[in-house]
Design a protein around this ligand. Structure first.
Ligand code: ADP
Ligand code: MG
Length: 396
């Protein structure tokens, strides 16, 4: 990514070549194959997942690639370009969550989850390269999990239908790494399809491919890294979750997803805390915005999703209170420069902003956001254009 201008999507050839070069350099042989998995971004549906609601992510053209080969013994050696030295582990470490720590835990977690499900996981040499920025909310974690999972399934000829991959990768992250995340990231990264977004019901875990062909519509999505310094994200996230749980309890429903949009006013009238009322209003209206977005996209009305994105942002800013000046500035500047809609995406307090724009206007909108940042003295935002891409795949 460059500091201010939009850049074309990173060619996958580069990252795949880096994985192969790393493999040759570290292990002195040739990989048997290369597997790639994308990052993801959530189009709309924020803080709805743990309320049993709806999300609508899509896979990004940024990818993590694993070059791999099976080995004769039951050991796993993994190298990533993020680190100097490879990490090696065997069944003892793989079978005990917490034994492998640091970034390699994401790899050991996949081995663990496969073995726990009864699969004979082949030992392997693995080399990882990635264009997905790490820790920016674009799910580099699900990308590495999915790419490693695909590699091990193929190398071992494991009988594991793709519908079961998201749950397995989620277990790796929840139970081995110890990061409590929902099913959205792994679903998007594994099941993403070019020109589509993935409509996910977080209660039933059912998914549906929704047409979202920006290129065919002459549109582009700007992905603006707000560069906002992180502020108390974990504590704030936990507090929002608690508020939602308390509200559901007070309303006598299993989760806020069970408050229908047309029953919102009645529900709010039953809550005496003004802050809790705002939190509930965000979640209930946000679920409805996801459903409305899905309806518009099914009808091919991509531009009309813009106002829903902007309404989602306003709801996160005013009711859920999870935005910060940097992301508000990016949204306002993008809208003033002609974006159809814009919103912060991800858990909040920074991260990335999405802006839906005419493809021909992408550079101008990105420049307007950069100018607004400069005026306020914020660190320059990094902007790329992102078309909905495909999920995990074997490259060769
Ligand atoms: P996000 O998923 O938003 O990027 P996370 O904190 O969930 O952020 O996951 C980031 C972590 O995943 C990294 O700190 C690292 O441990 C691991 N990881 C992701 N990509 C790679 C990679 N290419 N090589 C090694 N580790 C990676
Ligand atoms: Mg992650």
């Amino acid at each position: 990514t460059t500091a201010t201008a939009t850049t074309p999507t990173v060619p996958s050839g580069d990252v795949a070549a880096r994985a192969t070069a790393g493999f040759r350099q570290r292990y002195g042989g040739e990989p048997v194959g290369r597997w790639a998995a994308p990052g993801r971004v959530n189009l709309i549906g924020e803080h709805t997942d743990y309320n049993d609601g709806f999300v609508l992510p899509f896979a990004l053209p940024l990818r993590t690639v694993v070059a791999a080969a099976a080995r004769d013994d039951e050991r796993w050696t993994v190298w990533s370009e993020l680190d100097d030295d490879p990490v090696e582990f065997g069944p003892a470490e793989a079978d005990e969550p917490g034994r492998v720590t640091g970034w390699a835990a994401y790899v050991a977690g996949v081995v663990w989850a496969l073995r726990a499900a009864g699969h004979a996981v082949p030992g392997a040499w693995l080399a990882v390269a990635s264009d997905v920025p790490v820790g920016s909310g674009l799910s580099s974690s699900a990308a590495i999990e999915a790419a490693v999972l695909a590699a091990l399934v193929d190398l071992g000829g494991l009988d594991l239908p793709a519908e079961r991959w998201p749950r397995l990768a989620q277990r790796a992250e929840n139970d081995y790494v110890g990061a409590p995340t929902g099913i959205m990231d792994q679903s998007a990264v594994i099941r993403g399809r070019p020109g589509h977004a993935l409509f996910l019901d977080c209660r039933s875990e059912e998914v549906e491919q929704i047409p979202f062909d920006l290129a065919a519509a002459g549109l582009a999505m700007l992905l603006i890294d707000s560069r906002a310094p992180h502020r108390h994200v974990d504590g704030e996230y936990a507090a929002r979750r608690r508020s939602c749980e308390r509200a559901a309890q007070a309303l006598g429903v299993p989760a806020l997803r069970d408050v229908p949009a047309d029953g919102l006013d009645a529900a709010l009238a039953r809550l005496d805390d003004a802050e809790i009322r705002r939190r509930v209003r965000h979640v209930v209206t946000e679920d409805q915005r996801v459903l409305d977005s899905v309806g518009l996209l099914r009808a091919g009305r991509v531009r009309d999703v813009g106002p829903l994105l902007t309404a989602s942002h306003a709801s996160m800013r005013d009711d859920f209170e999870i935005t910060v000046p940097e992301v508000d500035t990016a949204v306002e500047a993008a809208l003033a420069a002609g974006a159809y809609g814009a919103r912060m995406t991800g858990g909040g307090f920074g991260g990335c902003v999405l802006a839906l724009v005419e493809a021909a206007a992408a550079d101008a909108v990105a420049a307007a956001v950069a100018a607004a940042y400069a005026e306020r003295g914020f660190a320059a935002p990094a902007t790329v254009t992102a078309l909905p891409a495909g999920g995990v795949t074997r490259l060769d």
